[in-house]
Ligand binder design. Sequence first.
Ligand SMILES: C[S@@+](CC[C@H](N)C(=O)[O-])C[C@H]1O[C@@H](n2cnc3c(N)ncnc32)[C@H](O)[C@@H]1O
Ligand code: SF4
Length: 375
Amino acid sequence: MAGIYIHIPFCKRKCFYCDFHKSTHFTQKNEIISGICTEILLRKSYLSEEPVETIYFGGGTPSILPIQDIKTILSLINKTFRISPDAEITLEANPDDLNPDYCTALIQAGINRLSIGIQSFNDKDLKLMNRRHCAQDAIDSVKNAQKAGFNNISIDLIYGLPEMKLSDWLLNLDQAFALNIQHLSAYHLTYHENTVFHQYLKKGKIKAVPEDDSFAQFNLLIEQATLHKFIHYEISNFALPGYFSRHNSSYWQNKKYLGVGPSAHSFDGHSRQWNSSDNNAYLEALNKNLPFYEREELSLNDRYNDYIITTLRTIWGSSLSYIHQEFGEAYLKHAESVVDRFKDSGHLIVENEMITLSREGLFVSDDLMTEFMIV
Ligand SMILES: C[S@@+](CC[C@H](N)C(=O)[O-])C[C@H]1O[C@@H](n2cnc3c(N)ncnc32)[C@H](O)[C@@H]1O
Ligand code: SF4
């Protein structure tokens, strides 16, 4: 079983927190779409005929694409790979692109899941982040998608924003759950270098929220999600039963995936590839038949570290017996020594040879994963 990711590297406007690869110059849009099609054909053997269970249009902003571009890419993927009849086909969308006609056209093109980047239902926060929509657009986008027939909708929200109070976050969550969505991705704000927010932070124009407030917001998120019968299946991801993101889950379950488009990553079970994240360099290399990606063969150590990073963040956790069987005695001893060191901290839970993180552990998961990893 495998997945395909398509990176659409364009946004109408850059949000002040975001460091994903994107350009605001659309002049190259057609060239990039044909580049993506060329890459799909070039890499038709990458998944060695495995059935493709998930297709994911990510970005950037895939919803800036005219429907015909989405149809062109999907029909080529269908002709080139073995797509499962019940494949999950997701498109990341910005709320102000989701008008009723576009939603209907997406369904007709075969998209069956939407991930809508709402970020906040608070106009002041949306403005602070330099988003191009307002709170009412966000609500309308979900309703338009539902009226068009989408019944698998995820929304993205960001918490831990500067000056965010617990009561502000509760209003956001209330609004989210009132919309009858099936899936919620809620991310704590990260200050990435080379973003406007990072500069603001350095200049003292905005202040990071105190850690206690962050933890209170994380707790509220889990409590509200639980109240609405959502399962907390990964640090930042919550879903009603039956609606876990199959695409993202496959990353965490070590399945193969092919990533096409500038900056996209791929994994074939034993090596990783990552495409150039410069649109010009990507196109030039493709057109001249030169390598357009870098490649790294994974060592045993890399595979162990990847296993920890991808599994410890989920409700399924990391398996001590799998570590023993797949990586050997030395890796098992290392993992057990970390468990011993942290067993009284309340951060780890070990049951039936499975290590999972408690709520406190999930909050400091980056630090815990670093402890488990071998550099
Ligand atoms: C590829 S991005 C964007 C999808 C879509 N273009 C949009 O903005 O609506 C996926 C999600 O990552 C989250 N994200 C991006 N940068 C972040 C940051 N610095 N801190 C927290 N969340 C972030 C946002 O919630 C965003 O919707
Ligand atoms: S959050 Fe989405 S719309 Fe905003 S810059 Fe990043 S990819 Fe583009």
